[in-house]
Design a protein around this ligand. Structure first.
Ligand SMILES: Nc1ncnc2c1ncn2[C@@H]1O[C@H](COP(=O)(O)OP(=O)(O)OP(=O)(O)O)[C@@H](O)[C@H]1O
Length: 476
């Protein structure tokens, strides 16, 4: 059940729809492309012509705009029945099949033997959904918990200045924790990137503040005969945990084929048309961790005229960084013959960049912390998908576990073996955070380290974004 957000100062039944100003806002030049209009495939008849102040579904009054995407606009709404605030995602009217709704229904209706109460909190929740009649067709509407800015906006507000490693470790823990749930439920997200990772809001007053701002300082908008395009307002402050959003491209099942993933974070098995599964999400998470910590991305978006040239540059950059793919990988798709000889040597069609390594490229950290980060990247970015660390393994990797205790919040889950003990991961770094009893339950190990009780007692139990409050955010 999603949290109900109340405005504490208002008697629950006393507030009807509020009257929002019809003047006093800046009017955007009607010839300028604005908000969703700037999207490459924008067709205005597909988007619902929402107005701030409008009441939909009988009780959700729209109080501000929060964002837009290729399939929706997202609004802050007040539930007039109990004065709680919700994010309302209004989809375009041409979605023949709403994949995100299918995933939510699947997650809600699929019984599972593990208790995921805590892990579910790291996935954007759906409170209810309904259809909204528009002038050009019906729109699916989702009612969801309102969230603050995305990691991409946060990074932008910092003018691209990367985050402190503690922040990255927390982010990583939270993303991986959410993925443990999705992957255990057999759902591959496929679209993990900084725009789809939103920071949750801990203080309800922020939403009331956004509504007040819209009442007293209405946001700029563009008006035409049949619609108003409103400006999105970002909700900032009171940062809670990170939430994985947008299940619109998620897939159910273990094995899939076909094109998927955002270009920059695309895994090699997808580029090469191989069968793929949930390890593609781990590839993306590795690159996300890198992008949060380092100034220069490992792979860029290659904007050549042909997709084949883009793929060639992308695969060449991977080869220069990871070394040649193993023979087993090369046999999985006929496409590999375009890029590598049978022994894994690069053959084109673009030149191979100079050989490099995570060690050489990672510049944000030093000493042991850098070594652990490099080992983390080694586990995430591996040619063979089945040899990449899975979400659970990576949650227990020593890089994020210097921030959270590996046994909390996953405490009580018996691991079948000791997956986090790989050649690149120090056994003692992992053992140092475990209580002996839980360690034995998890791994069957009987070795003691001497660190057990003290480390378990001092480590923070729930990783969160408390530190956001003290980060130097410049939104100007
Ligand atoms: N729960 C929420 N609270 C606050 N803002 C939100 C919320 N959900 C989405 N947004 C904002 O709306 C934007 C669009 O949301 P979302 O990514 O779900 O839409 P979409 O149409 O599926 O996007 P795309 O398909 O282009 O990735 C987000 O980038 C974010 O800025």
């Amino acid at each position: 059940m999603a949290t109900v957000r109340k405005v504490s100062s208002s008697p629950a039944s006393a507030i009807g729809p509020r009257r929002f100003p019809s003047t006093g806002f800046e009017l955007i030049d009607p010839t300028t492309k604005f908000e969703e209009e700037t999207l490459p495939f924008y067709r205005k008849e597909e988007y619902y012509p929402m107005q701030i102040g409008q009441v939909i579904h009988g009780y959700y009054q729209i109080v501000s705009k929060l964002g837009f995407g290729t399939t929706s606009t997202v609004w802050l709404a007040r539930d007039l029945r109990d004065q709680s605030f919700w994010a309302v995602k209004v989809h375009i009217n041409t979605l023949n099949h709403n994949q995100e709704l299918e995933i939510y229904r699947y997650l809600a209706n699929t019984p599972h033997d593990r208790e995921f109460t805590k892990a579910k909190e790291y996935i954007r929740r759906l409170k209810e959904s309904f259809r909204l009649k528009g002038p050009h067709g019906d729109h699916d509407v989702f009612v969801m918990t309102p969230l603050a800015l995305s990691l991409s906006h946060f990074l932008g507000a910092r003018r691209g200045q990367p985050f402190h490693s503690d922040f990255v470790k927390r982010a990583l823990s939270q993303i991986l924790y959410g993925l443990v749930y999705l992957h255990d439920m057999n759902v591959v997200h496929t679209d993990l990137h900084l725009d789809n990772l939103l920071i949750s809001i801990k203080e309800n007053s922020i939403m009331a503040g956004v509504e007040e701002a819209e009442l007293h300082r209405p946001s700029p908008r563009k008006q035409s005969d049949d619609r108003t395009i409103h400006t999105s307002r970002m909700m900032m402050g009171g940062g809670g945990p990170l939430i994985i959003c947008d299940l619109g491209h998620a897939r159910i099942g273990e094995k899939h084929r076909g094109f998927a993933m955002p270009a920059q974070y695309r895994a090699p098995e997808v580029i090469l048309d191989m069968e793929w599964g949930n390890p593609i999400d781990l590839w993306s998470v590795g690159l996300i961790a890198w992008d949060l910590l380092e100034k220069e991305s490992l792979f860029r978006i290659y904007n050549n005229e042909s997709q084949e040239q883009n793929d060639a540059h992308h695969l060449a950059a991977m080869t220069a960084l990871l070394g040649p793919p193993p023979p087993e990988f090369l046999t999985r798709s006929e496409k590999t013959a375009k890029f590598w000889h049978e022994d894994g040597q690069w053959k084109g069609p673009v030149p191979l960049p100079p050989e490099t390594s995570f060690e050489a490229l990672a510049s944000a950290l030093t000493g042991e912390e850098k070594e652990t980060f490099v080992s983390l990247m080694d586990c995430f970015l591996y040619w063979l998908p089945e040899e990449r660390g899975d979400a659970m393994h990576m949650f227990f990797h020593p890089f994020p576990t210097t921030i959270h205790s590996p046994l909390d919040p996953l405490a009580g889950w018996a691991l079948p073996h000791t997956p986090w003990i790989t050649p690149s991961v120090s056994l003692y770094a992992a053992l140092a955070h475990a209580t002996f009893t839980n360690l034995r339950a998890m791994t069957g190990a009987t070795e003691t380290t001497g660190h057990e009780t003290s480390s378990a007692a001092v480590l923070p139990s729930v990783p969160d974004f408390e530190m956001l409050k003290t980060e130097d955010v410049d939104s100007s």
